[in-house]
Design a binder for this molecule. Sequence first.
Ligand code: NAD
Ligand code: UDP
Length: 343
Amino acid sequence: MFDITPQDPSLLEDGVRFKTILVAGGAGMVGANLIQTLLAQGHRVICLDNLQTGTMANINLFKSDPRYRFVRHDVVRPIKISEPIDEIYDLACAASPPSYQKDPIHTFRTCIDGAMNLLTLAKAKGARVLLSSTSEVYGDPDVSLQSEDCRGRVNTCGPRACYDDGKRAAETLFWEFGAHQGVETRIARIFNSYGPRMHPDDGRVVSNFIMQALRGEDLTICGDGTQTRSFCYVDDLVDGLIRLMASTQKMPVNLGNPGEFTMLELANEVIRKTGARSRLVFWPLPQDDPRHRRPDITRAAEVLGWAPKVPLDQGLDQTIAWFAAGMQAEKPRTQRKGILVPS
Ligand code: NAD
Ligand code: UDP
């Protein structure tokens, strides 16, 4: 398809051709970290985002790079890009429950119309396209370890349905375009991920606990705190997404860290690491909040040679340090002292 000569300016040093990669949702936590890696690998990147939950602060550092450009656009509307595109990452969708529940119909449309528009673009460009689906397709599962064969237990008429069923329908669209429309599709089922560039106030448990501890506020535990989640550090996730995009695997692949923690364990760990004097306060458990989340990553290991490398202990240190640095930078110069950083 490509005419590559030794003088081709599109060749990287190792002889690999660089690609033009569209990252929809690139101003968010996962997207901005992915873009940083793709640019470091020598690729050209178009970041497309409506800035609903993502921020310019997450992507400002890329703007001086001539291989990068930003397009402000909502994926529910048709997408027109003039240049050739090799790969598309569909990361566009608010990931935090409070954010995606603010405008549930828009969230549903983001998942479905957004997937349709990006798949249509992929077909027109001959591009490979990857969906950031979610462990939420498993709903509140009966089994504590979720493999890709798990069919899920999702409430279609609850507050999480706009996201859970939106992503399920997006998977169906991706599978159909892959099976019958000749598009190279990939589906990542991402489990709870965290790290630098999370929005400090987006309501997810990791950012909530860290910001509450750093501000000296009480940590808000929903329910009795015995529900579990498995937390994947964003660098590991980015590595998994890039490997999946490069693979031949068309069926969904779980990407997550199998280390499983209760919310009580997470809260106590954040308090210990920050040295905060915060107490735990208990709030009602939100409706349809899943009891367990733990990925079976056998398929990712077999087909991608992937496993997460960063344990929660280490990832929390880096994330706390990042949030603390952000708080310090926001303070007037005279007040820049006393921020709690991990030991
Ligand atoms: P995020 O909220 O930080 O980023 C999402 C980005 O998408 C933001 O920049 C937002 O402005 C943009 N966006 C939202 N709706 C859009 C629209 N209609 N048009 C254009 N842009 C839009 O979330 P994240 O943690 O970076 O997650 C990225 C993707 O991964 C999401 O699709 C999410 O569903 C999926 N995912 C994330 C997790 C996780 O734990 N982080 C888990 C499962 C799945
Ligand atoms: N949670 C909590 N305190 C908070 C925010 C969330 O105890 O301040 C709980 C929430 O009820 C859920 C878990 O932490 O059981 C993970 O929530 P998050 O919103 O991060 O992700 P998701 O529910 O989508 O897995």
